[in-house]
Design a protein around this ligand. Structure first.
Ligand code: ADP
Ligand code: MG
Length: 249
């Protein structure tokens, strides 16, 4: 085994007296695709958000792409988290594109403003990324004119523009009409095939079965079990996994 790119030990997170993540241990190897499943409220989003410092954890150690996020229960200062966030792309259910910027400007904003990439270079890279997600022809359009699937593909291209080492996806297709889900999953499959390290929260079990290297089952703030999709979907060890999968049928 090579050095993990994501290493989590004893991660604890509470909101007030409500413990939401209970002593999570987990590692991700470079180029692994990890799909996180589990009932609503089980802590999946909080778990992802802890990986790029969007939530303040109270216990444990989290190291992502060489950057400590939490160390011995202490959060790193924001200045250090900025360096981490530049290397960790995140895609949300709700796209979060800037409505007043063109598609291409949405993509070039972070590289030009945060990295000092010259505008022309950022635009060339932006067009390459748009081509990759099949939307080169939408470069000059505004987000409001796009379908949900197109918006989400732009959001993915925007995250890729920072050249991330790890991509986090939180239910990227949950807000989409069913006929638009496939085009977003296809972009994610392509990324997986290129060797991108990805952690994905999704209810798309077919995608998980086909693309995941590891499926993680969460319930009540704990990892119930994890393993290859062949094991989790056909021979789950835990009753809680079986009952969750039952609800997905
Ligand atoms: P999931 O993504 O699996 O649905 P979440 O990580 O969103 O779960 O939430 C886990 C638990 O933490 C839930 O009980 C939720 O109500 C609670 N929670 C999440 N965010 C907050 C917050 N900002 N303040 C208080 N409680 C929160
Ligand atoms: Mg969630």
């Amino acid at each position: 085994m090579s050095q993990p790119i994501v290493e989590i030990k004893g991660l604890q997170k509470s909101f007030g007296s409500h413990v939401v993540l209970k002593n999570i241990d987990f590692s991700v190897q470079p180029s692994q695709v990890v799909v996180i499943i589990g009932p609503s409220g089980s802590g999946k989003s909080t778990f992802l958000r802890c990986l790029n410092g969007l939530e303040t954890a109270e216990g444990g150690t989290v190291v992502v792409s060489g950057h400590p996020v939490v160390e011995g229960g202490r959060m790193m200062p924001e200045t250090k988290l900025d360096a981490l966030r530049a290397e960790v792309g995140m895609v949300f259910q709700s796209f979060n594109l800037f409505p007043h910027l063109s598609v291409l400007d949405n993509i070039t904003l972070a590289p030009t403003c945060l990295r000092g990439v010259p505008r022309k270079e950022a635009q060339e890279q932006g067009l390459r990324l748009l081509k990759k997600v099949g939307l080169e022809h939408k470069a000059k359009d505004f987000p409001g004119t796009l379908s949900g699937g197109q918006k989400q593909r732009v959001a993915i291209a925007r995250a890729l523009a920072m050249d991330p080492k790890v991509m986090l996806f939180d239910e990227p297709t949950s807000a989409l009409d069913p006929e638009l889900v496939g085009e977003v999953l296809q972009v994610m499959k392509d990324l997986a095939a290129e060797g991108m390290t990805m952690l994905i929260v999704t209810h798309e079990m077919g995608f998980a079965r086909e693309v995941a290297d590891v499926v993680v089952v969460m319930d009540h703030g704990s990892i119930v079990e994890s393993g290859p999709p062949s094991a989790i979907f056909t021979a789950p060890r835990e009753a809680r996994t079986r009952s969750f999968l039952q609800t997905m049928l």
